[in-house]
Design a protein around this ligand. Structure first.
Ligand SMILES: [Zn+2]
Length: 84
């Protein structure tokens, strides 16, 4: 994975330095956040900025290569990445 410094900066700005899954702050973290592939590389995802999300280590590690999960309230499948 090669992500340019400028792409990393744009993704951080887009995310306001917050994990794009749990919204924790990178500034309050002991280490820099990672760049998570929304569509995993194992499923054909690319390194384009549109396919990358700023993610804390916990979210990135737990997501593995899943793109959907079961919503505990509705029991329906839902996308793990929801920028709204
Ligand atoms: Zn997170």
């Amino acid at each position: 994975m090669t992500i340019s410094i400028k792409s990393r900066q744009r993704i951080r700005e887009r995310a306001s330095c917050l994990c794009e899954y749990c919204h924790s702050s990178e500034e309050a973290s002991a280490s820099l956040f990672t760049f998570d592939h929304l569509v995993p590389q194992s499923l054909g995802g690319t390194d384009s900025e549109e396919n990358l999300a700023l993610a804390c280590h916990r979210c990135n590690g737990r997501r593995y290569n899943f793109t959907e999960g079961i919503d505990p309230e509705t029991q329906l499948s839902a996308p793990l990445f929801n920028p709204i």
